[in-house]
Design a protein around this ligand. Structure first.
Ligand code: PMP
Length: 415
């Protein structure tokens, strides 16, 4: 018999990966590929620490749901993929945010990517912050609507773009666009900066355009009770037409939601691809979100949620203050758990990451094309699950690495 020409291809999973070089800086177990070094995680979105105390807070409910429902619903939302849990979660999200209804989908990315094309199309105009997330950009491009951008978080520039796009004072029906929708985020994930929401809201009201707010990084994490950027900025959720968010960051789950008036949500249920063509959110993930929501809202009868919110804010502000005092240039605002530490020079990216990892710190480093080439950075994500000892230990190590990489004030960034 002829030799099988595809034999190597079929067996490739038993071959070592090419260029796989376990070493001190990427200490992977060659047998399993697992990291050998235990590190303090400063790179994941685990804002409220549900990943750390999962056994105490969520496990019982989630395991119960697994026993009752299994792992998959085996259908999309409109074809038998909706359980009582999905509706319960949707009502909870709507109540939490003060909206009439909400729609829950199985992925945050797809929530933006599939609802935006259902909300706007050719003849409409999207006005988008230049630093909006790829999922918003994908949704906007797929919609067929015209897209204009405004300078990041700059309400004055937003106003200029809108003024140019419409003639101020004309009734809505005389505009060159059927619909205009402004798209912003609650906290910008590469900048650690929260949205200038009051001013953006004022401009949207003045020009009578819709406002869409992505709260992926702010829902559950910002505001006195975790209700996100609106609560934090003192903006009534009634002034934001579409609230979007994800469950990946603060809820220890995954999936996304859209909260809006009942008519918009009823329309999206049957018109948005995420609802019609995607399998629905797994029941166990649904349960994880429901349970963590109840903890955040205090519906479990404890103050664990309130303590988590306080710990996140305290940890974030402590870390930001100490990093800044150290002479590092940290982007973003106080109260934000995302801390981009500027490296500027792209040649420092690998060294910073490697030196942190050597010391048992897992950080995310970001370079071109995610950010402009001379705006390279390390992005730290702070969690309510970090203890003060964790953070103090990390600060000592970051100071050492900062000196090695010469990124403290007084050093030339290109030195
Ligand atoms: N929106 C924003 C602003 C994000 O940062 C992200 C992902 N980090 C998403 C949407 C997509 O969410 P998910 O990862 O839950 O799919």
């Amino acid at each position: 018999m002829d030799e099988d020409p595809y034999a190597d291809f079929a067996n490739q999973d038993t071959q070592p990966l090419p260029n796989f070089t376990p070493g001190p800086y990427n200490a992977l177990d060659p047998a399993t590929g697992n990291l050998l070094r235990k590190s303090l995680n400063l790179g994941s979105y685990n804002y409220l620490g549900f990943a750390d105390d999962w056994n105490q807070t969520c496990k019982e409910d989630v395991v119960g749901a697994l026993g009752k429902w299994g792992v998959s619903n085996g259908g999309c939302r409109v074809e038998y993929g909706t359980t009582d849990m999905h509706r319960e979660l949707e009502r909870l999200v709507a109540d939490f945010l003060g909206k009439e209804d909400s729609l829950v989908l199985n992925m945050g990315f797809n929530t933006n990517a599939t609802t935006i094309p259902a909300l706007v199309s050719r003849g409409d105009l999207i006005v988008s912050d230049t630093l909006n997330h790829t999922s918003i950009v994908n949704g906007a491009r797929a919609s067929g609507a015209a897209i204009r951008t405004f300078k990041h978080n700059n309400a004055a520039d937003l106003e200029d773009v809108l003024r140019e796009a419409i003639v101020l004072g004309q009734p809505r029906t005389h505009r060159p666009w059927r619909k205009i929708i402004v798209m912003v985020e609650g906290i910008y994930s590469m900048e650690g900066e929260y949205c200038n929401l009051r001013m953006v809201r004022d401009v949207c009201k003045k020009y009578k355009v819709y406002l869409y707010l992505d709260e992926a990084h702010s829902i559950g994490a910002m505001g006195a009770t975790g209700r996100g950027c609106c609560e934090y900025a003192g903006v009534d959720t009634a002034d934001v037409d579409v609230l979007m968010g994800t469950f990946t960051k603060s809820f220890g789950g995954m999936g996304g939601y859209i909260a809006a008036d009942a008519k918009t949500i009823a329309y999206l249920r049957t018109k948005c691809a995420g609802s019609v063509f995607h399998n629905s959110l797994s029941p166990i993930v649904c349960q994880q979100i429901l349970t963590s929501f109840r903890v955040i809202m205090g519906l479990d009868g404890t103050d664990v949620g309130a303590r988590k919110l306080r710990a996140l804010r305290d940890n974030s502000n402590y870390m930001r203050m100490r990093l800044t005092d150290m002479g590092l240039h940290v982007l973003g605002n106080y109260d934000s758990p995302i801390m981009p530490v500027m490296l500027y020079n792209p040649t420092k990216i690998a060294a910073f990451s490697r030196e942190c990892f050597k010391r048992g710190l897992a950080v995310v480093v970001v370079g071109f094309p995610a950010v402009p080439i001379l705006m390279s950075r390390a992005r730290l994500c702070i969690s309510a699950g970090h203890t003060r000892e964790d953070l103090d230990d990390a600060l000592v190590k970051i100071e050492e690495v900062a000196d090695i990489c010469k990124i403290r004030y007084g050093w030339s960034s290109f030195g």
